[in-house]
Design a protein around this ligand. Structure first.
Ligand SMILES: Cc1cc2nc3c(=O)[nH]c(=O)nc-3n(C[C@H](O)[C@H](O)[C@H](O)COP(=O)(O)O)c2cc1C
Ligand SMILES: CCCCC(=O)C(=O)O
Length: 365
């Protein structure tokens, strides 16, 4: 990659220059007014850091363990669909980039490379994200394949019984071209994602067809019975659902509003984090995604109780800008910024980043 960016925003600018308008809109966009997309960022803008001084920070250690995964950094890659939209090597490049950074990679059920190809390229832990498909036989087959390939956990996304209304994609009549497909799903199931129609997103139409909107807490036992892998629920935003997740045996939750792409006016994830952490009461790890754009954001989320954070769009920017090197570049930048913030805030390891390290102002400045 020529002209390696020194900031995550720099990768965004590079990606914008490389991606077609429709793909850019698909990556960048959110639901309805995109209010929640902005709120995720604004919440980080309200954070003030409270530094401690005269602490030995000659070594700042960002290593963390999550559900048995040993990671060099608490900044990982969130599941996002169809990485070949960003780079011809798709999720294989993402896995290589995450591996170079020692970071977690959560592979989407809508990955455009096979689980087996991703597993062969991965040198750091990876998990598989699922939507609850109407075709349970396909889900059962996927979790078995993932376990055989070395997957560390299954992440069930619970905030998308149908896709959010994303006006950019509808306006663009966004559909997948013939060259990029959900490589882990039977083409009979995915055909509708390739059918363009004026004024609607083919992906949204496909989701209505493919995803089972009737699933409830009691169905989790079905998934549990088909896999010994830890089960992570992604998309929890309230204390009530956090408590239910613990009651139903979830091994972790991800506080997420899907990057503002599902329920518009859902709370910013940083604002929802405290109530989820309190409700879980230390029983299981809590992760967060949404609006994390660097190590200082990660520091704030960790201080408010997250064990780790995930990057959605920034990982796609890195991938579009420079393939595996770009993904590693984004993750390394965030991790270096985290270590730097730890040093200047007098918190040399992740355990020392507690609630006393931050304050949330009422309004962003
Ligand atoms: C282009 C794109 C595709 C996504 N695809 C998925 C997906 O397949 N499964 C999923 O659970 N979440 C998906 N997400 C949501 C991300 O996992 C994550 O929650 C979100 O991007 C985090 O916010 P951020 O982009 O501000 O970092 C997607 C997000 C984007 C931007
Ligand atoms: C049916 C594709 C879903 C991808 C997704 O979750 C997203 O675009 O946010």
């Amino acid at each position: 990659m020529r002209g390696v960016p020194g900031t995550v925003e720099g990768y965004r600018a590079l990606a914008r220059g490389r991606l077609g308008g429709e793909v850019w809109d698909f990556f960048e966009g959110g639901a309805e007014s995109e209010r929640t997309v902005g709120d995720n960022r604004r919440a980080f803008g309200r954070v003030t850091l409270r530094p401690r001084v005269l602490v030995d920070v000659s070594r700042c250690d960002t290593a963390v363990e999550v559900l048995g995964a040993r990671l060099r950094t608490p900044v990982g890659v969130a599941p996002t669909a169809y990485h070949r939209l960003a780079h011809p090597d798709g999720e294989v490049a993402t896995a290589q980039g995450a591996g170079a950074a020692g970071a977690l990679f959560v592979v989407s059920i809508y990955a455009s490379r096979t689980i087996e190809d991703v597993a062969a390229a991965a040198t750091s832990p990876w998990w598989l994200q699922l939507y609850w498909l109407r075709r349970r036989d396909i889900l059962a087959d996927l979790v078995a394949r993932a376990a055989a390939a070395g997957c560390g956990a299954v992440v069930l996304t619970v905030d998308a019984p149908r896709l959010g209304r994303r006006h950019r994609d509808a306006r663009n009549g966004f559909a997948l071209g013939p060259g990029i497909r959900a490589a882990n799903l039977d083409s009979a199931v995915t055909a509708s994602a390739h059918l363009p129609a004026a004024g609607r997103s083919a992906l949204a139409a496909h989701a209505v067809e493919a995803v089972d909107p009737s699933v409830t807490w009691s169905d989790l036992a079905w998934l549990r019975a088909r896999s010994d892998l830890p089960l992570v629920l992604k998309g929890v935003l309230t204390a009530q659902d956090a408590a239910l997740a613990v009651d139903h045996g979830a091994d972790a939750v991800v506080v997420s509003n899907h990057g503002g792409r599902q329920l518009d006016r859902a709370p910013a994830t940083l604002d929802a984090l405290a109530e989820v952490v309190a409700a879980v009461g230390g029983a299981i790890p809590v992760l967060l995604d949404g609006g994390v754009r660097g190590g200082t954001d990660a520091f704030a989320a960790l201080a408010l109780g997250a064990r780790a954070v995930l990057l959605g769009r920034p990982a796609l920017w890195g991938l579009a800008a420079g393939g595996a090197a770009g993904v590693a570049g984004v993750l390394d930048l965030a991790t270096e910024e985290l270590a730097h913030t730890m040093a200047l805030a007098g918190r040399p390891d992740l355990a020392s980043i507690d609630g006393s390290a931050v304050r949330l102002r009422a309004e962003a400045r």
